[in-house]
Design a binder for this molecule. Structure first.
Ligand SMILES: NC(=O)c1ccc[n+]([C@@H]2O[C@H](COP(=O)([O-])OP(=O)(O)OC[C@H]3O[C@@H](n4cnc5c(N)ncnc54)[C@H](OP(=O)(O)O)[C@@H]3O)[C@@H](O)[C@H]2O)c1
Length: 338
């Protein structure tokens, strides 16, 4: 009997409240490796909130196409090349790239695919966390757009997530006073105790985000790292310091909106505060990854970076784990171990 491949498909377009039944697990015989292709036995799948956007009908844009129904859900994966007809990706290579939620992937070297040279003493899964897309996004957002200076007030939302937990620590290492925003008191305690945020804001608490921002940053925010968008971004823009920088990284509160994202308010503040808001995609920086990898590897080796993983086990767990992540149940970067 031929070898089988278990995959997780996008079964239907998620409604505003995504549920695990939006996905379906199926098992198919493994495909064959064509000329120029290679087969990856995936070790880990990375769950990335941004992919929720491209699960919507008609959501294709200049970055990715809308995911087709009935096909495996797109994902960044890390695994081992087990069969190859591509000389650049020999059997035994450890690779990372964008394929899908599946045990085995057939790839051709496109779609962010690269061979990893794991550093001794660094666990391989770290190349999907602080040394992978999450870490690259955190680092280049802060360094290039945030341009941190000693004493800057740095405020980030989704602060306990894959990007948030790395970004908060990099900003602190650059001399900022860090304020992490997350949902729930347990998560906020964890932000302070485990990730070392200077201050925390529970956006689900009784007192308003506005009041809590005023208290945490009485002189205004110098750097906003925005993963959430929508009304939370509007509130943060209403609280800027002069010459502030707004890193537009994601809009997780908006990915389930049918008919487009909500308008963002307080844009006038950008003018009077001489602020600069800039969006980016981590893949823009591919030529400069080594700079970020050096920086973050040094922090890991010095023991000055905590890189927490919210693990789930087995391909079948993937859909529910993604739903739980969007609901804010994750503490740290969500990975599936296959
Ligand atoms: N620009 C880029 O290149 C790039 C690359 C990767 C990811 N991103 C973006 O980075 C952001 C974080 O992605 P991630 O993969 O690291 O996910 P993550 O932060 O690990 O998980 C998403 C988190 O968002 C928070 N959240 C969900 N819905 C929310 C809402 N309505 N209001 C406020 N917070 C909400 C939840 O935490 P709490 O509610 O508990 O705080 C949840 O844990 C996403 O917006 C993603 O699109 C951008």
């Amino acid at each position: 009997m031929s070898q089988m491949n278990t995959r997780v498909l996008l079964a239907r377009r998620p409604a505003d409240q995504m549920v695990a039944a939006d996905f379906a697990v199926d098992t198919q015989p493994l495909g064959t490796v064509g000329e120029g292709q290679f087969m990856i036995k995936n070790r880990y799948l990375s769950l990335d909130a941004g992919f929720r956007q491209w699960m919507n009908e008609g959501s294709g844009d200049n970055y990715l196409a809308s995911m087709p129904l009935g096909e495996p859900v797109q994902s960044i994966v890390l695994g081992d090349v087990v069969e190859s007809r591509n000389a650049d990706y020999p059997v035994g290579s450890i690779v990372m790239g964008r394929t899908a939620w599946e045990q085995y992937s057939i790839a051709d070297g496109s779609d962010l695919m690269s061979i990893l040279q794991p550093d001794d003493g660094i666990e391989v899964h770290e190349y999907l966390c602080s040394l992978g897309p999450s870490g690259m996004t955190a680092y280049f957002g802060i360094m290039d757009i945030g341009q941190p200076k000693q004493g800057d007030a740095f405020v980030i939302n989704a602060a306990a997530g894959g990007i948030g937990c790395i970004a908060g620590q990099i900003a602190k290492a650059e001399g900022c006073t860090t304020v992490g925003i997350a949902g729930g008191s347990a998560k906020c305690d964890w932000l302070k105790d485990t990730l070392g945020y200077d201050q925390v804001i529970d956006y689900k608490a009784a007192s308003s985000l506005e009041e809590q921002l005023q208290q945490a940053t009485p002189n205004g925010i110098d750097i906003v790292y925005d993963n959430v968008g929508g009304s939370m971004l509007s509130t943060m823009l209403g609280h800027l310091a002069e010459n502030s920088r707004i890193i537009l990284c994601g809009a997780v509160s908006q990915y389930d909106k049918e008919g487009g994202h909500d308008a963002v308010g307080n844009m006038w503040e950008l003018i009077t505060k001489r602020a600069r808001a800039e969006g980016f995609m981590f893949s823009d920086y591919i030529d400069r990854y080594p700079e970020a990898i050096d920086y973050i590897t040094n922090m890991l080796k010095a023991g000055t970076l905590v890189s927490p993983v919210n693990w789930s086990e087995g391909i079948e767990s993937t859909g529910q784990a993604f739903v739980d992540m969007l609901a804010g149940e994750n503490f740290g970067k969500c990975l599936i171990r296959l």
